[in-house]
Every structure is written in structure tokens, then in C-alpha cells.
Design a protein around this ligand. Structure first.
Ligand code: GLU
Length: 351
């Protein structure tokens, strides 16, 4: 573990939350809801907020999206204590760099360590979804669990694959990892602050998951786990579509000897037709709402109303929502925007 510096968090470690956007598009109301909840949870528990830009996917990340996201967050009043700040985006904080593309050496160090412990193997299966590994898997992205085809390839078979020009991705041998940790179960338990107790089988969450793509790009699961540990993150608040990533990340954190953070997985925001908000909902992007003359307080107040902090969608600054905020009240809540959301936001008054 020589080059792998991971200060393990402990229950007494200072509370630290994070905003971890992927700069693959602009923020829409659904992303803003998740970031507001992460911010409120951090502020309510006296945690510092870290902003980490998750730009490891070379095909989908754009610097202009990173800039736009930070602008949108700041405009909404969702602030952060560490990370890129101000006009020049200079980094504040002692856990940087806060941009994943500047942290590759850390990801490589963990891979090296896991390799030395015999916990990863090359996989030559070509699957279309391998392309997506550098992005967090949202609903519909994951495909079937890995079948284990390449787990026990002989050295000769591997050499043949390499000689034929096949490039391998690297997978974690989850069974070997559990054994190395002295764990006999194949499920990972944790308490979710919204959903309650969770027990998810690693097989059900993709089996032996990839840590590096065959083109050398690091996988989201690896980068996030290394960074959460190294940045001393003690609380993770994010959308429910990332629930199946949590057992994988906890396993990696255990392998690093780090204390895993607490988790809260939030219900997702839907449009009036019941569709989950996504990149195609351009009209519901924060930048579009801003251009339409809507005030940030109207958006925050509406999101606070969605979260149950307010009985009515009335305008508010983020800190005004703190007294009524409780993650647990989000359990089972259906978050659906009305058809006339623009009118509601336009007519929202400061009360
Ligand atoms: N960067 C990821 C995304 O925007 C979220 C990662 C996380 O919260 O773990 O989907």
C-alpha cells in the first residue's frame, strides 16, 4: 500500500459532505434537487461541503459544463467550502485536487495495490456498456451482471488474447475481495438515511465490476471510492438510481481500510408525464429557468416544497429550509413536477 495514502475516516472524524457533479450537461431541476438535499443535510449536521468535479469520462465531460454547473449552483445559493472557487476557480481546501482528471495517479495507485493483492483480473469480453463505465450508472445503464467468463483464464489464454490485439478492462474479483476481508457473506449491509436498512448482494449489483476500461479510462466506481476516502467524506447524499453502486463502493472502501460514509439515496424528480428528469429536459435546466426570468429563491423554495420542508411552494433561500428539513421524510415520496411548473415558479412570492 506504499503509494496509497488514504486517511481512514472514523466516526469521530469531522463531518464532510460532497457535491459531485459530472460535467456532462447542465443542471436540471432533478440534479438541483439532489444537490440541495446534500447541501441541507451537510449544513444541518455541521458538515463542510466539498465540491468535486467528476470529469473522468473523456467522451462526455466538457469544461464548459463544469463551469456552467458551478455557476448554476452558486446562483441557487448552494455553496461549498472546498473545491474550485471564485472567478479563476482556484482550489480552496487541503484535500485537492478537486477535479477527477487531476487525480489519475491516485486511481492508478489503488489498482496497483489491488493487483498486488491478487484481487483484479483482466477481462477481454467486449460489451457495449463497458464504454459507459466512466460515468455513474443511472437507470438503464448497467446491463446484466458480469458472468465471470474471464475470471479464471489461464496465463496462456490471456497471452493469446493479448497477442491477438484484444485489450482488457480490469475487474475486481468480488469473491476474492470478500475473502481477503474475512467476510463470508456476499451481500453488503448499510443503513440508508432515506430508505432504511439495506442488504444488497454484490451479484445483484453487477457482480465482478470493472475498475478500468480497456482503453485505460478509470471507472466511476473506482474514482468515487478513492476520492470519498481520500477527501474524508463522511456523508453521501445522491439519487436513488445510484443505490446499486453503494455496495461496490463500500467494498472498495473496506479494501482501502477506509471508514465508509453514511448514505442517503433520494427519490428522483419526474416531469408531469411521470418521466424521470434527464438531459433532454432542456426547458427544466437551471440556466433555461434563469433566462426565463425565474428567481433562484423561487426554484429553491419549490424544491423545498417537493422535499416537504414547506406546505406551499413559496420562495426561499437554501438556509431558510433548514429548520424543516429531514431526510427521513423523503422516504416513499413521489416527486412529480406539475404541468404548469413555469407558472408556479414565476408566481412564487417571498413570504
Ligand atoms: N458524478 C455522479 C453523477 O453526477 C454522482 C456520483 C455520486 O454521487 O456518487 O451522476
Amino acid at each position: 500500500m506504499s503509494s496509497l495514502v488514504v486517511p481512514p475516516a472514523s466516526p469521530r472524524a469531522p463531518a464532510r459532505g460532497r457535491l459531485a457533479p459530472s460535467p456532462t450537461g447542465r443542471l436540471h431541476l432533478g440534479n438541483a434537487f439532489a444537490f440541495l438535499m446534500a447541501w441541507l443535510h451537510a449544513r444541518a449536521s455541521g458538515a463542510d461541503v466539498v465540491l468535486r468535479m467528476e470529469d473522468i469520462d473523456p467522451d462526455r465531460s466538457r469544461p464548459e459544463f463544469a463551469e456552467g454547473i458551478m455557476e448554476d449552483l452558486a446562483w441557487l445559493g448552494i455553496t461549498w467550502d472546498e473545491g474550485p472557487q471564485g472567478e479563476g476557480r482556484e482550489e480552496r481546501g487541503s484535500h485537492g485536487p478537486y477535479v477527477q482528471s487531476a487525480r489519475f495517479d491516485r486511481y492508478a495507485a489503488l489498482l496497483k495495490d489491488l493487483e498486488a493483492r491478487g484481487l483484479i483480473y483482466p477481462c477481454y469480453c467486449t460489451r457495449k456498456e463497458l464504454r459507459l463505465l466512466a460515468s455513474a450508472p443511472h437507470i438503464g445503464d448497467e446491463g446484466a451482471p458480469y458472468t465471470g467468463t474471464c475470471r479464471n483464464l489461464s496465463a496462456a489464454a490471456r497471452a493469446r488474447m493479448e497477442a491477438s490485439g484484444r485489450k482488457a478492462c480490469l475487474r475486481l474479483d468480488t469473491q476474492a475481495a470478500l475473502t481477503a476481508l474475512g467476510l463470508s457473506q456476499t451481500s453488503i449491509f448499510f443503513h440508508d438515511a432515506v430508505l432504511g436498512p439495506q442488504c444488497l448482494s454484490l451479484d445483484g449489483c453487477g457482480g465482478d465490476f470493472a475498475l478500468r476500461r480497456s482503453d485505460g479510462v478509470f471507472a466511476y466506481q473506482l474514482a468515487v471510492s478513492v476520492d470519498d476516502a481520500a477527501m474524508g467524506i463522511t456523508q453521501v447524499v445522491r439519487g436513488e438510481d445510484l443505490l446499486s453502486s453503494t455496495p461496490r463502493q463500500r467494498l472498495l472502501l473496506f479494501l482501502m481500510g477506509a471508514h465508509p460514509p453514511t448514505y442517503a439515496h433520494l427519490p428522483l424528480v419526474h416531469d408531469a408525464q411521470g418521466e424521470r428528469l434527464a438531459k433532454r429536459h432542456k426547458a427544466l435546466e437551471i440556466t433555461a429557468l434563469r433566462r426565463a426570468g425565474i428567481r433562484p429563491e423561487a426554484i429553491i423554495g419549490y424544491l423545498g416544497f417537493l422535499a416537504g420542508c414547506r406546505a406551499q411552494p413559496e420562495a426561499a433561500r437554501p438556509e431558510a429550509l433548514l429548520p424543516e428539513f429531514a431526510l427521513s421524510s423523503l422516504k416513499g415520496r413521489r416527486l412529480e413536477l406539475p404541468q404548469n411548473i413555469m407558472d408556479v415558479l414565476h408566481s412564487s412570492l417571498i413570504i
